[in-house]
Design a protein around this ligand. Structure first.
Ligand code: AMP
Length: 219
């Protein structure tokens, strides 16, 4: 399976990718996660990427493409992958197509998680992450009175907010998505790879649609 999950920040790409990893046994390749890891480790690449991440703008294509090339070369990606957060613009899409055509393994489908802008904003401002295991919570959309409970870390998980989920950065990230990433929708529609699913539903309902879209594309 070789899938791209396309969607605005907050559309659920990360959550759905994790469900796909479990169901299909292929790795999730998230450029956002790889970049945050590099920043946390203080590598040269991380230092170069940090300002753009903090500002909610895109990191240089050259940095991201180098990282993707290396990651796709990993043995665990030999039987497929789920790309999450990549490509983010037309230049990255062209580079990816080139890379995959060289190894004779083209994309099977590009699945767009479609969601309203207002819902996205709420999802992002409410998003909190368990600092110990990485599980994602939402303090705004959880039913009133429910306490965050993490299967791994218990009833009082230590929740943190991603610095770029602060309200002032979210606006910029959504603006960048609109300007640079949405042209990919038309691009992948034209080459016949695009499948669109409604992402404004409980995660298991979205996942069922995702499985159907994968089956429809021959996966
Ligand atoms: P994400 O976790 O996918 O929302 O990504 C967080 C941040 O990492 C983005 O706001 C960008 O600054 C950067 N980033 C992630 N993926 C890419 C990409 N494919 N191209 C450029 N920048 C990226």
């Amino acid at each position: 399976m070789r899938i791209v999950l396309l969607g605005a920040p907050g559309s659920g790409k990360g959550t759905q990718s994790q469900l796909m990893v479990k169901a299909y046994g292929v790795p999730q390749i998230s450029t956002g996660d790889l970049l945050r890891e590099a920043v946390a480790k203080g590598t040269e690449l991380g230092r170069r990427a940090k300002a753009a991440i903090d500002a909610g703008t895109l990191v240089d294509d050259a940095i991201v493409l180098g990282m993707i090339r290396e990651r796709l070369d990993g043995s665990d990606a030999a039987n497929g992958f789920i790309l999450d957060g990549f490509p983010r613009n037309l230049a990255q899409a062209a580079a990816l197509a080139e890379l995959l055509s060289v190894i004779g393994k083209p994309l099977q489908a590009v699945i767009l998680l479609n969601l309203d802008l207002g819902v996205l904003f709420k999802r992002l401002t409410g998003r909190r992450i368990c600092q110990d295991c990485g599980r994602v919570f939402n303090v705004l959309t959880a039913p009133p009175g429910t306490k965050p409970h993490c299967e791994k870390c218990g009833d009082a998980p230590r929740l943190i907010q991603r610095p770029d989920d602060r309200e002032e950065v979210i606006g910029k990230r959504l603006e960048v998505y609109e300007a640079q990433t949405t042209p990919l929708i038309q691009h992948y529609r034209e080459n016949g790879l695009l499948r669109v699913i409604d992402a404004d539903a409980p995660q298991e309902v979205v996942f069922a649609s995702l499985r159907q879209a994968i089956a429809d594309s021959g996966g």
